[in-house]
Design a protein around this ligand. Structure first.
Ligand code: PEP
Ligand code: MG
Length: 554
């Protein structure tokens, strides 16, 4: 059969050719399943299955670190909870078939957790996963979740839940292909941070052939089903050459004719800082501080914050560190900041607005940052998320300066802020464009809505117009304009952003190399010409093609 090509959105660069396997969905249980044996005997089987699941999770926890290890260790402990055994025992005694009894026992605990809301409700997903695994062991079926075949493979799924993506690190997955999900989805961000080539929003995965490999290009979004041996060889050679080119490059970012473009990393936790501190970057362009406190029932105290910021700043000694104050609300709820129920949280109290409801939390964080900088001598830049107006920017700048912070900025994530960037910059030292949210608010599309991914495409000319306004404001004021959304890691878009006036790009560490090389290939005039060509286009495809032609990548 000739090769077939299907297409999605390339969201994490790299080419990979490997067999594919589907994400395992848990099988359903039913009260009508045949009853297997006497309740006592079945309860022993259930206990043995729970032990096996717990042991497997522990073993996987030992293979990864950071958040993934924490989630897996916690799941291993949950699997041994005596409450699950006694709830199952009750169901078995009532004559419920074994697998369904286990399912009901887990569901009763999930319902309790979900009722508690917030962090506890999120744990229900993990508990359900353990229930599904236990049922699989009892039935001798393949494990739900990410397969573990013992060889490298491309994982094919509808989309991945955050708990699943946490498991990708220590797995055999070498590429990701999903039918849903957009360029700013959790899957895309995590794939990039792990350096896994990924294509999302590919509706035709149903055409993949069993037992035939796929060749996936995470830059173009092209997926070739059953590629010819010649094409496989060519792809491997190309990937090898790219790896060699990347390995041979390093150092600060700049265009071919020497215009500096600072290349920075995005981090969210102490573990990220320890890992990415080793990367060849010029510092941190976005430290998402809220990531350290997701799921925390109580606010982090001043001392605790000083301690973690100090460790993080030490990893980047002598380099720039741009820290964002807590961006709570909407897609990142923090349980200790109870914002009540909002009809439309993405348009509600979030980002800097949370600071007006909880001024003490913002004050404590700014003080902790200032003290950690004093201890470490860090080159600290502090910015507020979700700033809409010049008055908000001025208010934040005054507050931050009052505790001794000297470089104060704001994120440009709301069209209003981009339109009035000159007014914002009057009271700020810098701005950083969050293209993930700026896309969402420009085209009025939920950033998690995979089905509307084309409207979240960072090449949308309207988004480029807003970036151009912020870039021009920065150039006029002689102040730094960064991009720290996912758009910064697209090697073709990077020169366009620079042409629009952007002076730094912040991304996951694995994206640094391709972006560095892309910039070194082109002059600043080419960047400006590519930007003009992209802005003049009518739609994202035309913008991408026009820029690629100017940059010699067509
Ligand atoms: C953004 O919105 O582009 C951004 C960088 O912030 P976050 O993704 O954390 O909302
Ligand atoms: Mg944002």
């Amino acid at each position: 059969m000739p090769e077939q090509v299907i297409r999605g959105l390339g969201v994490s660069p790299g080419v990979v050719c490997a067999p594919w396997l589907p994400f395992g969905s848990p099988t359903r249980t039913s009260p009508g399943d045949p009853v297997s044996g006497p309740p006592d005997q079945e309860l022993e089987r259930v206990k043995a299955a729970l032990d096996e699941v717990s042991a497997q999770l522990k073993e996987r926890a030992a293979r990864v670190n950071g958040v993934a290890a924490e989630i897996l260790t916690m799941s291993a402990t949950m699997a041994r909870d005596p409450g699950i055994v006694s709830a199952t025992e009750k169901e078995l005694a009532a004559g419920v078939p074994t697998a369904h009894a286990v399912h009901l026992a887990f569901e009763s605990f999930c319902a309790k957790l979900e009722k508690l809301g917030g962090y506890m409700a999120e744990r229900a997903t993990d508990l359900r996963d353990i229930g599904g695994r236990t049922v699989a062991v009892l039935r001798g079926e393949p494990m739900p979740g990410i397969p573990e075949p013992g060889y490298p493979f491309v994982l094919v799924a509808r989309d991945l839940a955050p708990a699943d993506t946490a498991m990708l690190g220590g797995s055999d997955v070498v590429g990701l292909l999903t039918t849903e999900g957009g360029p700013t989805s959790h899957t895309a961000i995590l794939a990039k941070s792990l350096g896994l080539p990924a294509v999302v929003n590919c509706p035709d995965t149903g055409r993949l052939l069993d037992d035939a490999p796929v060749l996936l290009d995470g830059t173009t979004g092209e997926v070739i089903i059953d590629p010819s041996p010649m094409r496989q060889r060519a792809a491997l050679e190309q990937a090898e050459a790219e790896r060699a080119r990347l390995a041979a490059s390093g150092g600060p970012g700049h265009t071919a004719d020497g215009t500096p473009v600072h290349l920075l990393v995005n981090i969210g936790t102490v573990d990220d800082a320890i890992r990415d501190g080793e990367a060849d970057s010029e510092g941190v362009g976005l430290f998402r501080t809220e990531f350290m406190y997701l799921g925390r029932p109580t606010a982090p105290a001043l001392d605790e914050q000083i301690e973690s910021y100090t460790v993080i700043f030490e990893q980047f000694a002598g380099r720039r560190i741009v820290v964002r104050t807590l961006d709570a609300g909407s897609d990142k709820p923090l349980p200790f900041l109870d914002l009540g129920t909002e009809e439309n949280p993405a348009l509600g109290v979030r980002g800097l607005r949370v600071g007006t409801v909880f001024p003490e939390t913002l004050g404590t964080q700014l003080t902790a940052l200032s003290q950690a900088a004093a201890v470490t001598g860090a080159d600290l830049w502090v910015m507020a998320p979700m700033v809409a107006t010049a008055d908000e920017a001025a208010g934040f700048a005054e507050l931050a300066r009052s505790v001794g912070l000297t470089k104060v900025g704001a994120m440009i994530e709301i069209p209003a802020a981009a339109l009035r960037a000159p007014d914002l910059l009057a009271s700020l030292d810098f701005v950083s464009i969050g293209t993930n949210d700026l896309s969402q608010y420009t085209c009025a599309v939920d950033r998690m809505a995979g089905g509307l991914a084309h409207l979240l495409d960072p090449w949308q000319p309207a988004l480029l117009d807003l970036i151009a306004l912020a870039g021009a404001a920065g150039t006029a004021a002689g102040k730094s304009v960064g991009v720290c959304g996912e758009a910064a890691s697209d090697p073709t878009l990077a020169p366009v952003l620079v042409g629009l006036g952007v002076t730094s790009l912040s991304m996951s560490a694995t994206a640094l190399g391709p972006v560095r090389l892309a910039l070194r290939d082109v002059s600043i005039d080419q960047c400006r010409d590519a930007a003009d060509a992209a802005v003049a286009a009518r739609n994202p495809q035309a913008a991408r093609a026009a820029a690629a032609a100017v940059l010699g990548r067509a």
